[in-house]
Design a protein. Structure first.
Length: 142
């Protein structure tokens, strides 16, 4: 029910991101979604891609500091208010989000989030018939 997300630690200086993106190009891996928060010195480049384990191993071999973590990805209809509906369901269940980002892919909204209570999140997603993205789905979408 969760997918792997890469968290790549990069310096906030010219060329750092180019190096990482060049490695993805070299590996032949498509990035599905990514985000970098606004920081002064260092950043965490969060990436969802097909074959995240292969990307993780390649980045490690290249000496890039990277971590692999599990996050939830929920599919939403591309209509106003659907993200608010999903967050309301999670909030009403007592789930706090550590972080969240979203994007559109092939006509569907995708809401990616991490929580300190993955067990409760799993239960809530199932009980509310929320559509989730599984790891195997990523290669189909890339």
């Amino acid at each position: 029910m969760t997918i792997h997300q890469l968290s790549i630690f990069i310096e906030n200086k010219s060329g750092s991101l180019v190096k990482v993106l060049g490695l993805f190009r070299q590996f032949g891996l498509q990035i599905i979604a990514s985000t970098i928060p606004d920081t002064a010195d260092n950043g965490i480049y969060r990436v969802i891609c097909a074959e995240p384990l292969r990307a993780y191993e390649g980045l490690k071999k290249a000496g890039i500091p990277v971590a692999l973590s599990d996050v939830f990805a929920i599919e939403l209809d591309d209509q106003p208010g659907r993200a608010a509906d999903a967050i309301e369901i999670l909030s009403n269940a007592g789930i706090s989000l550590t972080y969240m980002y979203s994007f559109l892919l092939r006509g569907k909204g995708i809401l990616v989030f991490r929580t300190d209570d993955p067990t409760l999140a799993r239960e809530t997603i199932i009980l509310n018939d929320m559509r989730f993205i599984a790891e195997k789905d990523l290669s189909v979408w890339a």
